[in-house]
Ligand binder design. Structure first.
Ligand code: HEM
Length: 381
């Protein structure tokens, strides 16, 4: 069966805003989603690492609970900031994304269950901040693994949505919807690229926490800086292995896009590589000299550029995969001028509110209000 016969017809409703604007909003909101996800997932992984491997047990426990307290906020932040790109994705790529969601219906439905259980787990751990038991660590581990599975479901769905040629075989093999996209060669490297990035950006979150504690409790802040900064560096170094593997699993014509065929894609890849190297150099200097400003301002600024480049690269890749089927020129556009300015104003206000909340929460270098009491409350069972 021809793949193009399986793609649902384009929604005849016109787009409510210009295509480029919806695309821009998709990219911006996806970046916000991914950063929140990285803080949450990377933070959880590093909290567990601190608990189980820290040289000083007290220090490890304190990091664990300081991060654990943030997770019941960071998980819904990830979800809420995921709804926005979901809306734009459905408007622009609904023909592909809905179909792949149906082909892998059960794992896709399970995302809700996994998220709910993970959420309970994170709440449980955050409420047990006086108890350093194996159970607390175990619950945290299970919740973290569930969140990893959610990310895996997303990578399956996104890769499947980009390859309509696979739909028929999968659907007819298991019409019940018990499908993933495991035969896709890029799946695992792509997924690992996201997971390793989460640990790097999670490390930056610890650096922000170090900044928030710098004046009040300098010894603890320096430990956080070293731990978070090193995690950032190891994970970023690992990307220099995972990234090329991802690139080389891409079909040749798509890979060549990043190697000269498409100047924009090639330039963005070079920006990403140069940014990764620059961030490593700055972070290593900052760790050696204890320079919190370089670690908490310069490195995140460089990484923001890297994330933006990668986000656009990812989008170019999707459009290249869908090039035989997806033609933005087919959309009719009827801009809803009555509501669009209001929507944009509220959108910008919403993003500013998020930044204020994150600063209040000690995640962007603001003063963290809740660190000390919880730290004192940590006791051994
Ligand atoms: C909390 C756990 C979650 C994790 C770990 C996670 C992780 C990820 C990852 C790794 C991707 C990229 C997949 C790829 O391109 O291969 C992704 C994409 C996406 N996520 Fe999430 N996600 C989570 C929850 C959510 C939720 C609850 C929503 C929606 C309500 C959401 C909305 C999206 C959307 C719309 C995309 C694709 C955007 C696009 O293709 O442009 N995510 N997510």
């Amino acid at each position: 069966m021809q793949a193009s016969n399986l793609i649902p017809v384009l929604d005849p409703n016109p787009l409510p805003a210009p295509y480029w604007l919806l695309k821009l909003l998709l990219l911006v909101t996806f970046m916000l989603h991914i950063v929140a996800m990285n803080f949450m997932l990377g933070g959880a992984v590093l909290a567990l690492t601190a608990k189980w491997s820290a040289q000083s047990k007290e220090h490890g426990k304190r990091v664990f609970f300081d991060v654990a307290k943030k997770l019941p906020v960071l998980l819904p932040a990830t979800i809420t900031l995921g709804i926005a790109p979901l809306l734009f994705l459905q408007v622009l790529y609904g023909q592909f994304f809905y179909t792949s969601s149906i082909v892998m219906a059960w794992p896709w439905f399970l995302v809700l269950v996994l998220l709910t259980v993970a959420y309970y787990g994170f709440y449980y751990v955050s409420f047990r901040s006086g108890h350093d038991s194996h159970r607390v660590g175990g619950v945290m581990l299970v919740s973290t693994l569930l969140v990893v599975l959610v990310g895996f479901a997303f990578s399956n769905n996104i890769t499947l949505s980009q390859t309509p040629v696979r739909w028929a075989a999968k659907y007819f093999a298991r019409p019940s919807g018990w499908n993933l996209n495991l035969t896709e060669p890029t799946l695992i490297p792509r997924f690992l690229h996201f997971m390793v990035a989460a640990i790097a950006v999670g490390g930056l979150m610890l650096v922000f926490m170090a900044l928030a504690n710098w004046k009040r409790d300098n010894e603890y802040a320096r430990q956080l800086l070293q731990f978070g900064g090193k995690a950032f560096m190891y994970a970023t170094m690992a990307q220099f292995v995972v990234g090329p593997v991802f690139l080389f699993t891409l079909p040749r014509d798509l890979r060549m896009m990043y190697m000269g065929d498409n100047p924009l894609a090639t330039a963005l890849l070079l920006v990403g590589i140069a940014g990764g190297i620059a961030a490593l150099v700055v972070m290593s200097g900052a760790l050696r000299s204890g320079n919190i400003r370089a670690a908490a301002f310069t490195v995140p600024a460089i990484i923001a550029v890297v994330i933006a480049s990668m986000t656009v690269m990812r989008d170019l890749l999707r459009d290249a995969y869908l090039q035989p089927y997806f033609h933005p020129g087919q959309f009719t556009v009827k801009t809803q001028w009555a509501v669009l300015p209001l929507f944009l104003a509220l959108f910008v206000a919403g993003v500013v509110l998020w930044l204020v909340m994150m600063r209040r929460y000690g995640l962007l270098g603001g003063r963290e209000k809740v660190s000390e009491p919880a730290a004192k409350a940590v006791v051994s069972d």
